[in-house]
Design a protein around this ligand. Structure first.
Ligand SMILES: Nc1ncnc2c1ncn2[C@@H]1O[C@H](COP(=O)(O)OP(=O)(O)OP(=O)(O)O)[C@@H](O)[C@H]1O
Ligand SMILES: [Mg+2]
Length: 387
């Protein structure tokens, strides 16, 4: 019953079958690793860009967000596609090998039967290997089909990552007057803020002061519609005194924590709108950024790194101030825009900034008398205890 030739052949075949997939092991491992790295990059990209979502919206730079996230997601997709290809290749190799080996054993058995070397086992072996062979053929055709499917996926992904058209920012009618009436905000944790009635007229340069926690930043968020008042209201009027509903996204806003993106300094200023490139040089001068740029080899094309922050806090504020300048908003709300910039430079920057025609409300702490005098007037908030 025991045929040595058959036994040894089967042993060799099993050994080869076990070793063969190793050929593809390395590329498959690489492909898997690529997925995990691409995934990490994708999540980091989302993190870097989404924290500046409000700024991207304000400057209509949504297209840039789409293109960078699509780029990162394309890399992730590519990695997945690569991994799928290797998995399928592995299936195919297994399939082809098992079919070939099935055939070898079948032929060998036939030879042995013919020469009277095996008898009883013949039928059983042939039956088993026919099943083996069929299964293998199925696997091959399935894998081949899936590989083709992956090809169309690559085409789809490439198509989806095509450049997005940047839409032009629309000029909407901006309010001439912004007023608040009995404005109050209750936070869910019980903290309450109430504001005096305030009026901001077109072209005014107002300094907004008050102790920490008096609600200066919150007032900006209420004006911008990021927070809804619990009582009272904010009224926007046109030049004829009619109440209007302006597009609040067109109000220039520099948050207390300047938002920058992992792109070049120039792109951070223009917010990826290259029609503004010709205005960059002037804005860089106006915010006293030129001398800082000289320190970088790449100058204005220096790419910002958000992880290992490669610029100072003051430089970051200057970039964001320049961003407000090139975008020519009619109303600009600046929250502590120069807190990290030294006094003499701040005076210099304010001096230029406040010459613009825009309505500017500027929140500041610890300004000197000289700085106060640069503004038309001051609104000073006081903490009121209400219940
Ligand atoms: N989401 C929130 N939930 C609860 N309380 C909040 C929230 N946001 C702000 N506050 C509270 O509202 C008050 C005003 O905050 P806001 O940030 O407007 O102060 P600020 O005047 O800008 O202070 P600073 O000068 O320190 O920036 C603070 O007491 C703060 O704790
Ligand atoms: Mg604040």
């Amino acid at each position: 019953m025991l045929n040595w030739v058959l036994l040894i052949t089967i042993c060799i075949i099993v050994a080869i079958s076990l070793v063969l997939p190793k050929l593809i092991e390395k590329p498959l491992q690489k492909a898997n690793k690529l997925i995990s790295t691409s995934n990490e990059i994708y999540l980091d990209t989302l993190n870097d860009w989404l924290r500046g979502l409000d700024q991207l919206r304000q400057f209509a730079a949504g297209a840039k967000l789409f293109s960078v996230t699509q780029n990162a997601s394309k890399k992730l997709e590519d990695a997945t596609v690569k991994q799928t290809t290797y998995t399928k290749l592995l299936n195919a190799i297994n399939g082809i090998a098992s079919a070939l080996f099935g055939l070898i054993i079948f032929v060998l058995t036939g030879f042995l039967v013919k020469n009277g070397l095996v008898q009883m086992s013949t039928l059983l072996i042939v039956g088993n290997f026919r099943f083996y062979l069929n299964q293998a053929i199925n696997e091959i055709s399935q894998a081949r089909g899936e590989m083709k499917g992956v090809k169309s996926l690559i085409e789809e992904v490439n198509e989806a990552a095509e450049k997005v058209q940047v839409s032009d920012k629309q000029k909407t009618n901006m309010p001439t007057v912004i007023k608040t009436e009995s404005l109050r905000l209750d936070f869910p944790n019980g903290e309450k803020l109430s504001y005096p009635d305030i009026q901001i007229n077109q072209g005014e340069k107002i300094l907004l002061t008050g102790d920490s926690g008096t609600g200066k930043s919150t007032l900006f968020k209420l004006i911008l519609g990021e927070l809804a008042p619990s009582a009272g209201k904010i009224i926007f009027e046109d030049k004829d005194g009619n109440e209007i509903n302006p597009d609040l996204k067109t109000i220039g806003y520099l948050p207390q924590d300047p938002v920058i993106f992992p792109a070049s300094i120039k792109e951070n200023i223009t917010m990826f709108n290259n029609k503004l490139d010709n205005k960059v040089e002037r804005s860089v001068e106006e915010v006293d950024l030129s001398s800082d740029l000289q320190k970088f080899d790449e100058g204005i094309n220096k790419k910002l790194n958000l992880d290992k922050l490669n610029i100072s806090g003051g430089q970051r504020q200057k970039i964001v101030l320049a961003r407000a300048q090139v975008h020519d908003s009619d109303i600009i709300l600046i929250d502590e825009g120069t807190s990290a910039i030294d006094q003499s430079e701040t005076i210099d920057i304010l001096d230029k900034l406040l010459k613009s025609k825009a309505t500017i409300v500027f929140i500041a702490h610890n300004f000197t008398e000289e700085m106060h005098e640069l503004f038309y007037r001051e609104i000073h908030l006081i903490k009121t205890n209400i219940n």
